[in-house]
Ligand binder design. Structure first.
Ligand SMILES: [Zn+2]
Length: 265
């Protein structure tokens, strides 16, 4: 079986240079490709480097709403430079009204500038949205979008919005974190996602799986638990079981979806 991780952050400093080791484990369990999302200008070079060294890595460049305060005056030109070097995906970008203390001012402007670039280049884009679903739908309605579609990473929006979002080209990505008992409500929402628009992700090193599903325990040098990207297989099996689907046909559907939006190898 082949597994595709629609969203992770393999470049994250908490992995402390262990990326090759992690990729070797991923390859062993059947992970074929992963979208590695940059979050700010300072991590884009690592994302590009990982992609140059590993064919499993599909690089994605974008400014995450949590790090907007770090952007330089040249950030947009810098983004275009990375997309010229590796024109594969834009992200992680988004809007966030959930994170305490995070300024909402400027978020939409930066999000829309990046969405515009993705639309012009027709690149897939990974979107982070927390507690701003109504506004996101409005922005998508009023602005150019990439014709090939976009990914709503860790989709936590309401079920009623799925048809409208799908109409604009949304793919809905399921994280292992939703396998926790306390996330049953979000997990139930995935029963409404059309199977042709379903993707799965680890969001590694974040979004831990429940302990009994964590097949690859990993800790940072500071002793904090990290989500291993090879846990992707457990995300697939957890969702398959929950949806009452067999793992193999589900993986084949997701493979088609991943290749449709990301191209892929
Ligand atoms: Zn992320």
């Amino acid at each position: 079986m082949k597994f595709y991780d629609a969203h992770n952050h393999l470049q994250d400093g908490r992995f402390a240079g262990r990326q090759s080791e992690l990729l070797a484990v991923c390859e062993k369990v059947g992970v074929v490709q992963m979208v590695v999302n940059g979050t700010c200008e300072s991590d884009w070079p690592q994302v590009l480097q990982l992609a140059r060294e590993n064919k499993m890595v599909l690089p994605s460049f974008g400014y995450h709403p949590w790090y907007l305060h770090e952007r330089t005056p040249d950030w947009l030109a810098n983004l275009e430079k990375f997309l010229d070097a590796a024109p594969s995906a834009v992200g992680e970008i988004g809007i966030d009204r959930w994170k305490p203390g995070l300024d909402f001012v400027g978020q939409e402007e930066v999000f829309l500038a990046q969405l515009q670039i993705a639309a012009e280049r027709n690149l897939p884009v990974s979107i982070h949205c927390l507690q701003a679903w109504g506004r996101l739908l409005e922005l998508l309605q009023q602005n150019p979008r990439p014709a090939r579609g976009f990914v709503l990473h860790s989709f936590g929006g309401p079920a009623e919005m799925i048809p409208a979002l799908a109409k604009f080209g949304a793919y809905f990505s399921f994280p292992g974190y939703f396998l926790h008992e306390r996330k049953l409500r979000q997990r139930e929402i995935f029963k409404q996602v059309p199977l042709d628009y379903l993707l799965l992700e680890t969001d590694a090193p974040d979004q831990h799986l429940p302990e009994d599903k964590n097949c690859f325990p990993l800790v940072s040098t500071a002793g904090k638990p990290l989500n291993h990207p090879a846990n992707l297989v457990a995300v697939y099996s957890g969702l398959a079981e929950f949806l009452g689907e067999k793992m193999e046909p589900l993986a084949a559907r997701v493979e088609e979806n991943f290749r449709r939006i990301f191209g892929g190898i």
